[in-house]
Design a protein around this ligand. Structure first.
Ligand code: THU
Length: 160
């Protein structure tokens, strides 16, 4: 028998400690929550991507009466960015959620399907995507890459 311990490094910054571009991304993710379409869960999620050319792309969750047909904020943003700017690396993503009249106390962390999509982005552009997860205590949890949040993940190397 052998045991493998996998370590995930998360750094917690206050909003004020973030760089200017990180602050812009967080602000954009927070703002994007207000355009979410979430009549069923009432959980409004916003995501903001930083492209290599400096452009910020936002997305939000888009729900549907047929629940599984809806889409998370992160994938809405990533698919839009990849559709419009296929040559632009995605450098970072910020995520925030608004629920019950305020931003959430707990950070909002990408779901498994969004993690898988962000992992594909890292392999597609051969470049890490920094993940910034905001909570209303003005804390920002930062993971340096999606692969660091998804050890033993399945990616296209398995298909080579
Ligand atoms: N949701 C996101 O948009 N992103 C996440 O990271 C977590 C969950 C959405 C999906 C659904 O519309 C609502 O939040 C409640 O799960």
């Amino acid at each position: 028998m052998k045991q493998i311990n996998l370590i995930t490094k998360i750094t917690v910054y206050s909003y004020e400690e973030c760089t200017e571009i990180e602050k812009k991304l967080i602000d954009a993710a927070k703002q994007a929550t207000f355009n979410a379409y979430a009549p069923y869960s009432k959980f409004h999620v916003g995501a903001a991507l930083q492209l290599e050319n400096g452009k910020i792309i936002t997305g939000n969750n888009q729900e549907n009466a047929a629940y599984p047909s809806g889409l998370c904020a992160e994938r809405t943003a990533v698919f839009y960015a990849n559709a419009q700017y296929p040559d632009q690396k995605i450098k970072a993503i910020a995520v925030a959620a608004y629920y019950n009249g305020d931003f959430t106390n707990d950070l909002v962390s990408p779901c498994g399907s969004c993690r898988q999509v962000l992992l594909e982005v890292e392999s597609r552009y051969n470049s890490p995507v920094k993940i910034l997860m905001y909570n209303k205590n003005n804390e920002v949890y930062v993971a340096e890459s999606m692969s660091s949040l998804m050890p033993l993940s399945f990616d296209k190397k398995a298909l080579d």
